[in-house]
Design a protein around this ligand. Structure first.
Ligand SMILES: Cc1cc2nc3c(=O)[nH]c(=O)nc-3n(C[C@H](O)[C@H](O)[C@H](O)COP(=O)(O)O)c2cc1C
Length: 276
């Protein structure tokens, strides 16, 4: 009897010790929230949600942008000029229940698409960690993150991910790396070296620049300076570029901006983003 009592007492003490001891850190609750007009951003959102086992929700404008590309451009530009952003359907997810929100959007007019402007006006993201991600024709992650940071001073904006829609096939590997670097997925990643100081672009480097941006209609620029670094399977270049005058267009002060180019071994160079 005495032995049973001792045993029960020991078991009780052990249970109390376990209950009061150090707890494993609680996994953050993650929501992937995105707007996508033509489903490119949706593929990134789904890749993130699948890898993290996270909840996912699409933002739906009450009046969808279902016209032609040109009609969307015209409607979107008018809304932006008038700062009259589109009504969106109420969210199903309760934002207050989440710690981290992966917020995805296409870049429109250099920043997040108009339905995101409505979302940020209507929903309280204070105290949340926000991980921006986006797709674009040529670039805009950096400017959209600056705008998000200004719009959400009570949130923590973490490093984001952006990909050109023309390079969407590179996204799955890049997303794996991005989620590991951010600590959202387990696994080691080889850190990338910093870019060294830029030097004037040589003829051979200018040719790489021209091959990467040559047929992209929105870029009419020349490579002035460049820095490069090794990446897995090739080289990444950061070109400092200068706009060239366009025939028949009003001349303006030439602007300097960065164009990143990736040249994987045995493949033609491609530009990955323009940063203005
Ligand atoms: C109204 C509108 C404005 C756009 N503005 C830009 C822009 O400023 N910069 C850019 O790189 N791409 C721009 N794009 C291209 C989109 O960002 C790109 O096609 C994106 O991948 C579309 O994503 P979605 O399929 O998820 O809608 C624009 C597209 C539209 C419809």
């Amino acid at each position: 009897m005495k032995t049973l009592k001792h045993f029960l007492m020991a078991a009780l003490l052990l249970a109390v010790a376990v209950a009061c001891g150090p707890k494993a850190p609680k996994a953050p609750k993650i929501l992937v929230l995105y707007y996508s007009q033509t489903e490119t951003t949706k593929t990134v959102a789904e890749a993130i949600a699948t890898r993290l086992g996270a909840d996912i929700e699409a933002i739906a404008p009450v009046a969808p942008y279902n016209g032609t590309y040109q009609e969307t451009i015209e409607r979107g530009r008018k809304e932006l000029q008038e700062q009259s952003f589109p009504a969106i359907q109420p969210l199903t997810a309760a934002i207050s229940a989440y710690d981290v929100i992966f917020l995805g959007y296409p870049i429109w007019f250099g920043t997040y698409a108009n339905p995101i402007a409505t979302l940020l006006d209507e929903v309280d993201f204070s105290g949340k960690k926000i991980v921006p991600f986006c797709t674009f024709g040529s670039g805009g992650l950096e400017a959209s993150v600056r705008n998000l940071t200004a719009k959400l001073p009570e949130s923590t904006i973490l490093p984001g991910y952006g990909v050109r829609s023309a390079r969407i096939e590179a996204m799955p590997d890049e997303i794996d790396r991005f989620l590991k670097v951010g600590g959202f997925l387990a696994g080691e990643v080889e850190p990338l070296a910093d870019f060294p100081d830029a030097h004037p672009a040589s003829e051979a480097e200018a040719a790489i620049f021209d091959a990467a941006v040559g047929d992209y209609p929105m870029i009419h620029a020349t490579a002035a300076f460049v820095a490069d670094r090794a990446i897995p399977g090739g080289t990444e270049y950061c070109f400092t570029s200068i706009d060239l005058p366009r025939e028949g267009m009003p001349q303006r002060e030439p602007q300097e901006f960065k164009i990143y180019v990736t040249a994987l071994d045995g493949q033609p160079p491609v530009f990955t983003r323009v940063v203005r």
